[in-house]
Design a protein around this ligand. Structure first.
Ligand code: GLN
Length: 455
């Protein structure tokens, strides 16, 4: 723990950490030492990990990357945090992220990282002038720069897979409902999932096994399925594995460097005995409008809790209650969050609900059905995570450009399927490229096994 704390303190220019508390971490580490001495080792006893700042923690402040929660301290730990602690993990600190998980470059954080007085970008350790991806940008950077051996992330529409790809590490989003959402600050309830990010599939399997499991009293969407040892299939042979390659993931928007790295990775799998099966996911493009209707709709409702009354920021001067709400929310939320609240309120409003929200729900079901049809022909699906490698910090994107870049991660999110990213090569500027593997429901073990064979 001390080693990683030292590294985190020495490399503040990366902007990865937003909270460190050496005393709290070392107290946990000493408790782990005592456990080991007493012969009570859990699967992760003494392993230092850091959490995305979207998980509430008692020992560290929690901001969700927002001014709205500046100075907020949760009275309880998120279930994922509790489960990892029960397995013996030691918390190193909290990691930067896009505000409420909304973004793809970690440029939407309103929080000053450790070592800064004002918000500063999180930098990709492979090239400091580039973004780390998002929204779990701090998480990906912490692993890539060895500021933590493993971390937690959250993925609503790609936020574990895309930064993992941009930073050359491994990350997995399990089947929706596998990991409890209790204490994970909500963005879009029907999509949000927690997952691990680490150096290898093997490490991800260790963390995932500790994080998952039913939490029915606290999260009604938590699945009532026993915890699995996701590492059990790590060494399974993949000879005969049928890898579905969706034509729609290799269309015009995919840059040639990423495409070449993905093709080479697929050929490696063929050498290992897998077969490639051309498949179709015909509604891939529709996943963008569907997601950017449903996720903001849910966000506009979920974020209504930040009203200045119960917790977090409250405006100083106001005339009455409504004025207090307005000023608090105007001051507390960043531009992207406001944009999504407005989009969400719009698509849910009378007259537009049927035209947008309901249609999107129907297409979401069709996207899930398309995957089931595809899984009749293959065991796992493989393709790129993102159309390009990590782009330059501060590149003037309109929001729509960023939304379009989510095209390959959104389908699995909408279907609730497990998906992961593993580093397989390099593209433009020597930047890492991740391969996305998507499995059928509850097949996390199979995905991790396929990734492990490659690694
Ligand atoms: N980039 C997507 C968004 O901004 C996904 C984010 C996420 O998975 N939290 O919504």
């Amino acid at each position: 723990a001390q080693h990683f704390l030292n590294r985190a303190r020495a490399q503040t220019e990366l902007g990865a950490y937003v909270a460190l508390d050496e005393e709290a971490t070392l107290a946990q580490a000493r408790a782990a030492d005592a456990q080991l001495a007493a012969g009570h080792a859990g699967t992760l006893t003494g392993v230092p990990i850091a959490h995305k700042d979207l998980f509430v923690t008692r020992d560290f402040p929690t901001t969700a990357g927002s001014k709205m929660l500046a100075g907020y301290r949760s009275p309880f730990d998120a279930t994922v945090v509790t489960r990892l602690a029960e397995a013996g993990a030691v918390t190193l600190g909290k990691l930067n992220c896009d505000e409420f998980g909304m973004g793809s470059a970690n440029e939407n954080s309103a929080v000053a990282p450790i070592g800064f007085d004002a918000p500063a970008p999180v930098r990709n350790p492979w090239d400091l002038s580039r973004v780390p991806g998002g929204s779990s940008g701090g998480s990906a950077v912490a692993v890539a720069a060895r500021l933590a051996p493993a971390v937690t992330g959250t993925d609503t529409g790609g936020s574990i897979r895309q930064p993992a790809s941009f930073c050359g590490i491994t990350g997995i989003k399990p089947t929706y409902g596998r990991a409890s959402r209790y204490g994970m600050i909500v963005y879009a309830s029907s999509l949000d999932q927690a997952g691990p990010m680490a150096r290898s599939a093997e490490d991800c399997a260790l963390l995932l096994s500790a994080m998952c499991g039913p939490d029915l009293d606290r999260d009604s969407t938590s699945l009532d399925r026993p915890v699995e040892n996701f590492g059990a299939a790590l060494n399974n042979d993949i000879a005969g594995l049928r890898i579905g390659v969706p034509e729609e993931f290799f269309g015009a928007g995919l840059s040639s460097d990423v495409s070449a790295a993905i093709d080479a990775a697929l050929q490696e799998y063929v050498k290992l005995g897998a077969t490639l099966v051309p498949i179709h996911l015909p509604r891939t493009e529709l996943s963008i409008p569907v997601y950017y209707i449903l996720a903001p709709a849910e966000a506009s409702s979920n974020l209504s809790r930040f009203d200045g009354v119960k917790f977090g920021h409250r405006a100083k001067d106001y005339a009455d209650l409504v004025d207090m709400y307005k000023k608090t929310r105007a001051e507390g939320f960043g531009d992207e969050v406001k944009r999504r609240i407005m989009m969400g309120a719009y698509v849910l409003s009378e007259g537009y609900y049927d035209a947008f929200y309901l249609q999107a729900q129907k297409i979401r079901r069709m996207i899930a059905d398309d995957f089931q049809a595809a899984f009749q022909q293959c065991d796992v699906i493989a393709g790129p995570v993102a159309p390009t490698v990590a782009w330059a910090l501060g590149a003037k994107h309109d929001p729509l450009t960023d939304y379009l870049a989510d095209i390959y991660t959104l389908p699995a999110s909408l279907a609730g399927l497990p998906g992961m990213s593993l580093p397989v090569g390099f593209g433009e500027g020597g930047m890492p490229v991740g391969l996305q593997l998507i499995g059928n429901y509850f097949r996390e073990g199979q995905l991790l096994g396929a990734a492990h064979r490659f690694q």
